[in-house]
Write a protein that binds this ligand. Structure first.
Ligand code: ATP
Ligand code: MG
Length: 593
């Protein structure tokens, strides 16, 4: 938003575009070379037809459903790939055997496809448009990662440390103090190899040893103080089953995944900035050994997306699901892509939001209001309009039978969209009994109240002008029925209809043809503006869902699930099953206030 605009694309520029353009100008990746025998890497070279292309990746860990923060990363990587004629890989970073499940693998694929990036995954010249061409699994590289680890051991760059986890932590030092060498640091290559193979072969218990890089225990960057590369963990992996009892650490695995897929620009969030020296160290060493091509991918960091009142952590979202605070991962209150979709968010709205939120190096919180604004701005031009009554009370036109005849229903109509006559008109009835909003009647009107109160005239939108005569209440004082008289010759669209001036215009639905509907209204799931800092459950808004029974125009009786509609004065809604609507957002200006 605050960055310069490229004149040729008219898109806000960002530092990543500059990096990519400079690499394309200089042909950084067009002469990618293998330092040694590329035999180890043969499996990946085959799938990479054009090494000069920009190659991005979106690498989720399949340990939960994707959320709005991931949408930002997906949008960024896929759009940059598209813009520069490259490709983007969907890569499951499934190196942790314990938390990963097929359900999450599938949900991630669905989310990426829903956002509209499925075709960009396809890059198979033999079968253009074929899906799945650029879907990858990090676990498919376990064999390679193991060989890379043995290579490092052989080059004196890794060792098996058999200290306890506590000892390793305690000898790492801190910001002010250098770490101290492990007593196992100077083992011979042969001994290291033997111990590493013993780890692999299940001869050591979980936690009894780790493979560590041998870099520099006095490095000012703690991540360079001999980070762990492999750990022992007897767990069944969703892809490799029980083949392995040792698993690579994320910091070791991730650069290798990028290198094998010949990624050019590896974009991640800022918390990985301190990992970049290790990323480069590892890939430089593997390139020297001829295990990967040179130049290797480079990592670039941008500020993660934080949205006020929203949690963006799969772990904490999973907690909400598992503890039953929400109705599953796709609960419309969830900031997951599955939840946002059921809430009425569209891919276009989310992409506009991502674009507006900018790509910068400095973090911060984006106001939830801007997410809603992006939704409104994208739905306003396309969403059909309809009237709906969310909190109904009956209005009776007491002179209807006398003026119009008993049982008569008057035909009314309105444009489907005020600015798009080509979208046609919607038809509905006006009759003796109508549903109106309970808040549209006041016995004693507050100052500035222009809706129904005894003696006041109001226009029922697209219908007639009425004059309120009073209301009936139950024993508890609650209004059960409002009465009014029709003012003749005031039907909207007929000559002279505007002769009587009124200050209030109200929405309504006829009892005769209104469709009874379940309507779900949502408040924020977290009342805290920046949730996640303290006890999450304390910050949870227990009144985030209000379910009501209302009435909508007959045109919506069979609204297709997922279709959006603007209920005049109430906001944007999405059909969420037969005769059920979820509110996606209210309108910018609340009506009648
Ligand atoms: P979580 O804590 O929700 O699990 P994560 O970063 O651990 O988030 P990954 O599955 O590893 O989740 O994320 C895949 C990609 O999405 C990574 O490149 C990560 O940087 C990016 N990403 C995750 N959260 C955000 C966010 N809030 N804003 C931008 N990018 C994000
Ligand atoms: Mg993660």
């Amino acid at each position: 938003m605050n960055s310069p605009v490229d004149s040729d694309t008219a898109k806000p520029s960002n530092f990543l575009r500059h990096v990519i353009e400079s690499d394309l100008d200089q042909g950084t990746y067009s002469a990618r070379q293998w330092g040694g025998t590329p035999g180890d890497a043969a499996h990946h070279a085959a799938g990479m037809p054009d090494p000069a292309r920009v190659r991005m990746r979106f690498p989720p860990e399949p340990n939960g459903y994707l959320h709005i923060g991931h949408a930002k990363s997906i949008w960024l990587n896929f759009e940059l790939a598209r813009e520069y004629g490259g490709v983007c890989h969907l890569r499951y970073d499934d190196t942790n055997p314990e938390k990963e499940e097929q359900e999450y693998v599938d949900s991630i694929r669905d989310a990426v496809a829903w956002l509209g990036y499925d075709t960009l995954l396809a890059d198979n010249p033999a079968a253009p448009g074929a899906p799945n061409e650029h879907v990858y699994f990090a676990s498919n590289y376990f064999d390679f990662m193991y060989r890379a680890a043995e290579y490092l051991i052989g080059a004196g760059l890794a060792y098996v440390d058999e200290q306890s986890a506590d000892q390793i932590r305690n000898t790492r030092g801190d910001f002010n103090t250098p770490g101290t060498d492990s007593p196992f640091r100077n083992r011979s290559v042969e001994e290291n190899l033997a111990r590493f193979r013993a780890m692999r072969d299940g001869q050591l218990d979980d936690g009894a040893a780790v493979l560590r890089a041998r870099i520099d225990m006095a490095s000012p960057n703690i991540n360079m103080r001999d980070p762990a590369l492999y750990r022992i963990r007897r767990a069944t992996h969703h892809n490799t089953g029980d083949k392995w009892c040792i698993y690579p650490m994320y910091t070791f695995a991730h650069p290798i995944e990028d290198a094998l897929e010949e990624i050019t620009h590896s974009i991640c969030t800022l918390e990985f900035e301190d990992q970049r020296p290790f990323y480069d160290w590892l890939l430089d060493r593997l390139a020297e050994g001829g295990l990967i091509a040179s130049p290797h991918p480079r990592q670039y960091e941008f500020a993660r997306l934080n949205v006020t009142h929203v949690i963006t952590s799969k772990r904490r979202l999973r907690q909400l699901v598992e503890e039953g605070h929400v109705d599953g991962w796709d609960d419309p209150r969830m900031p997951t892509l599955a939840g946002l979709r059921r809430r009425g968010y569209t891919p276009a709205a989310l992409k506009l939001f991502c674009e507006r939120s900018g790509v910068t190096k400095s973090g911060g919180w984006i106001d939830y209001a801007s997410l809603e604004a992006a939704l409104r701005d994208t739905l306003d031009p396309i969403a059909p309009r309809a009237m709906a009554v969310l909190d109904p009370v009956k209005l009776v036109i007491t002179n209807w039978d006398e003026l119009m005849g008993a049982g008569f229903l008057d035909d009314c109509s309105a444009p489907v969209h005020p600015h798009h006559p080509e979208m046609g008109r919607r038809e509905f009835k006006f009759g003796r009994e109508l549903w109106i909003e309970r808040t549209d009647y006041e016995e004693t009107p507050p100052k500035g109240y222009h809706r129904l109160y005894p003696g006041n005239k109001v226009r029922l939108k697209y219908g007639h002008v009425i004059e309120c005569t009073g209301a009936t209440k139950d024993a508890g004082g609650r209004v059960t029925e409002v009465q009014a008289r029709l003012v003749p010759d005031t039907k909207s669209g007929t000559p002279g209809a505007d002769a009587i001036k009124v200050k209030g215009v109200m929405t309504w639905v006829a009892v005769a043809d209104g469709v009874e509907t379940e309507i779900r209204l949502y408040e924020r799931l977290f009342s805290a503006p920046q949730p996640g800092s303290a006890d999450l459950m304390e910050e949870l808004n227990r009144d985030s869902l209000l379910v009501t029974t209302g009435y909508v125009e007959p045109a919506l009786a069979n609204a297709a699930t997922g279709s959006a509609v603007q209920f005049e004065r109430h906001g944007y809604f999405v059909a969420d099953g037969p005769k059920r609507f979820n509110r996606a957002s209210s309108l910018r200006d609340s009506w009648g206030k």
